[in-house]
Design a protein. Structure first.
Length: 105
């Protein structure tokens, strides 16, 4: 008889489940696109609910009338930073959100 693998949600805190969803891109609903100087392209997927909860800038971007709030939006191109730095920012914001801290970007 095959051994059953427990669901990733079992015996995990809400923080751990949300972090797992971010890291494994489960039900992500926004994609950021990064072009490096060598022409390569990297993508970072995220959850708008987490972005909105962590920053008034993202709230304005996704909750207002900006192009990024459209459901048919394309990837959001980011030119100021690289994908790795952006991903670290998401992790940092996520940790602070789970701890009840508000860091305004």
């Amino acid at each position: 008889m095959a051994q059953q693998v427990p669901a990733w949600q079992e015996n995990k805190s809400l923080h751990e489940r949300n972090r797992y969803m971010l890291e494994n891109e489960i039900t992500t609903d926004v994609c950021f696109e990064f072009c490096s100087s060598d022409g390569s392209v990297a993508y970072v997927r995220a959850h708008t609910f987490m972005l909105i909860a962590s920053s008034p800038v993202f709230e304005a971007m996704f909750g207002g009338g900006m192009a990024e709030s459209r459901p048919d939006r394309d990837n959001i191109k980011i030119e100021d930073i690289d994908a790795k730095t952006f991903k670290e920012m998401l992790r940092f914001d996520f940790i602070n959100l789970q701890l009840g801290l508000l860091i305004i970007l």
